[in-house]
Design a protein around this ligand. Structure first.
Ligand SMILES: [Ca+2]
Ligand SMILES: [Ca+2]
Ligand SMILES: [Ca+2]
Length: 255
């Protein structure tokens, strides 16, 4: 996935992309929120995703400033543009939309962090279906205001052939690694372990982590900072959650 950084945007013009529903304006008219990346991908389904409609209505400010996104603008492979506009009670508390085919239907979806005034953050996955941008699945929100989570990545971590979504819940106050997958039962959690932190309060780097097949068994593993950033911990989920290695922390490993 190629990402284009937008590091020096001014507030001017933020309102331009905030029309509700699906629109037909060109992607060039969409202003990403400050510090955010525009995700792009090849293939079918969603090929571009931009966090836009800057708002300060959710006063949490864990991602470098107090500006969050009120909408998500996606473009599909047929060059149709769609805008998902959140209600006033929610924002996308995120800087890096992640394009991946999460349900394995051959069409790209997009994974974002969506926060709610009363209940905190959730993983939300959107897709384009029948000419509409719709929510595919989401986790329940954490349950408290200003509780946040930081995605690690999307890959088939347990080797069952289906993509999984990994994230750290509450990375600042006792981080819990969680992995979810779309199965016949819906969106369900398949793994959980405490003790990790992939984000520092105020940093615009959403996740300090790396996807790597560390034990070279053909299944993607994760390298994660531990909660105190004393160590790097390599974790596999194949066939079940296990720590593969622990080494002294080195920030440059995650560059
Ligand atoms: Ca899909
Ligand atoms: Ca899997
Ligand atoms: Ca592996």
């Amino acid at each position: 996935m190629l990402r284009i950084p937008f590091l020096s945007l001014l507030l001017a013009g933020f309102a331009s992309a905030c029309a509700a529903g699906n629109d037909s304006t060109s992607l060039n008219s969409v202003t990403p929120i400050p510090h955010s990346t525009v995700a792009t991908a090849s293939g079918q389904g969603i090929v571009s995703a931009t966090l836009s409609c800057a708002t300060t209505r959710y006063a949490h400010a864990v991602l470098g400033d107090n500006i969050e996104a009120g909408c998500l603008v996606v473009v599909d492979d047929a060059k149709n543009q769609y805008t998902v506009t959140l209600p006033e009670s929610q924002v996308f508390e995120d800087l890096d939309p992640r394009i991946a085919d999460v349900d394995g239907d051959g069409r790209n979806d997009v994974v974002v962090i969506r926060s709610n005034d009363n209940a905190g953050a959730a993983i939300a996955i959107y897709t384009v279906e029948k000419g509409e941008a719709v929510e595919l699945v989401s986790t329940p929100p954490i349950g408290l205001s200003y509780r946040w989570l930081a995605p690690i990545g999307i890959s088939d971590f347990n080797g069952d052939g289906k993509p999984d979504v990994a994230y750290i819940q509450t990375p600042h106050i006792g981080g819990i690694l969680k992995v979810w997958t779309i199965s016949d039962n819906g969106f369900e959690q398949i793994a959980e372990q405490r003790g990790y932190s992939n984000h520092s309060i105020g940093s615009t780097r959403v996740s300090t982590a790396k996807l790597i097949d560390y034990n070279e068994d053909g299944v993607m593993d994760m390298a994660l900072p531990d909660q105190s950033r004393s160590n790097i911990v390599w974790v596999t989920l194949a066939p079940e959650l296990k720590v593969l290695d622990v080494q002294p922390y080195d920030e440059s490993y995650f560059d």
